[in-house]
Write a protein that binds this ligand. Structure first.
Ligand SMILES: *Cc1c(COP(=O)(O)O)cnc(C)c1O
Length: 405
């Protein structure tokens, strides 16, 4: 396979972000194809036995088996690493495969992990149920309380794990502060950056060690495939992540990697336009929601307690926000009255989608824990898409009226 400048860091590191998103990581085969090739192959063949022996010994570069390397997957990994400003990246089968691998690859029985209370339901399941089963202690804190992070540290604390903005309550973590506390104590930060994507927020610029993704969300952005990714230093990837990943196999399929590669080409445009649309819709909804006694949870609006911090550490505040009404019945009435916006629990999609977290994304949690993190019975979460925002606004306007708001 012929290498192009897309994989030469001495060239690509000088590219600006939009260029990296379109061209970073591109390898071309002998055919010189314009679009990235899809290598649907599980294995590789070799000209002679010594070649493969050298590759397995680590003395020569080259593919050996698609659980270890695949050209299409490698292109995705290089592109995400470039966009993130990371030394390395490894793609994963899904966002949850990424979160699981990022935690289990480095935590052992007797270690302690401090995690944000506001988090995606499955991320909380890892913290509340999976890690403790293997003798890993966990403490869940209010991630927007800056002092809580240091206060939760124990002699055996190894990892801080959090999302910002968090799903679905849009809590914002002060990245520079929390990563600084972690660094001072030799703790590794694992940031789930799914709500922002590297187009809107690059946690490593604020000192994060590991950035993990559901690439299902903004990176694909068109609701097609499950995908995930983990970014880190070359040393951390090679010595900590890869021994786990190569032997447990949470790999992404080359086809799914290819779909996400194509999604990344338009990520910058989509993420910024959807953020803009989300602010417009939020501004329209806020007085209506507040008049009905509800709250807007939208980092792009001045009413968010961490609006200034969000706009400082993010390039734009993203397509997702939440608000609450008084009861589940009223929340369902709004969803059922929508004509354009779909009832769907995905996010990052080019389509506007709305869901009721308490009965969907966070239904697996105990009610007490769910309420403590702000996922009330009346909470609704919306992903604002790329439709004309006037049409989305009219749909919401009508749905709220039907529900008596
Ligand atoms: C969706 C999501 C995940 C899980 O990603 P999948 O690709 O669905 O496995 C993890 N974290 C956050 C914040 C998410 O929104």
């Amino acid at each position: 396979m012929k290498k192009t400048t897309g994989t030469d860091r001495s060239v690509t590191r000088n590219w600006r972000p939009a260029t990296r998103a379109v061209r970073g990581g591109t390898w071309r085969s002998e055919h010189g194809e314009t679009s990235e090739a899809l290598f649907l192959t599980s294995g590789y063949t070799y000209d002679d036995a010594q070649t493969v022996a050298d590759r397995f010994a680590g003395d020569a570069q080259g593919m050996t088996y698609s659980r270890l390397q695949n050209p299409t997957v490698a292109m995705l990994e290089e592109r995400i690493a470039l966009m993130e400003g990371a030394q390395g990246c490894r793609a994963q089968a899904s966002g949850m495969a990424a979160m699981t691998a990022a935690l289990l690859c480095q935590l052992s029985a007797g270690d302690h992990c401090v995690a944000a209370r506001a988090a995606f339901g499955s991320c909380r399941w890892l913290v509340d149920h999976l890690l403790p089963r293997f003798g890993i202690e966990t403490t869940v804190i209010d991630s927007a309380d800056d002092a809580a992070w240091e206060a939760a540290i124990r002699p055996n604390t190894k990892v801080f794990f959090f999302e910002t903005p968090a799903n679905p309550t849009l809590d914002i973590v002060d990245l520079a502060h929390v990563c600084g506390v972690a660094k001072a104590h030799g703790i590794t930060t694992v940031v789930d950056n799914a709500f922002a994507s590297p187009a809107l927020q690059r946690p490593m610029e604020f000192g994060a060690d590991v950035v993990a993704y559901s690439a299902t969300k903004l990176m694909d952005g068109q609701g097609r495939v499950l995908a995930g990714a983990i970014c880190g230093s070359e040393e951390w990837i090679n010595e900590t992540l890869l021994p786990f990943q190569r032997n447990t196999g949470p790999n992404i399929a080359p086809f799914n990697a290819w779909v996400v590669l194509k999604g990344l080409e338009t990520l910058e445009l989509r993420a910024h336009k959807q953020s803009e649309n989300a602010v417009k819709l939020g501004e329209f909804l806020e007085p209506r929601v507040q008049k009905a006694g509800g709250h807007m949870l939208h980092p792009g609006l001045p009413s968010h307690p961490r609006h200034d911090l969000a706009t400082k550490q993010m390039d734009a505040t993203g397509p997702i926000f939440a608000f609450d009404v008084d009861t589940r019945e009223r929340a369902f009435a709004i969803l059922d009255a929508l004509e354009l916006v779909d009832i769907s629990n995905n996010i990052g999609d080019a389509r506007s989608l709305m869901c009721h977290p308490a009965s969907t994304t966070h239904a697996g949690m105990e009610e007490d824990a769910r309420t403590a993190m702000g996922v009330t019975e009346g909470l609704l979460r919306i992903n604002v898409g790329l439709e004309d925002i006037a049409d989305v606004t009219e749909d919401m306007d009508r749905a709220l009226a039907v529900a008596g708001i």
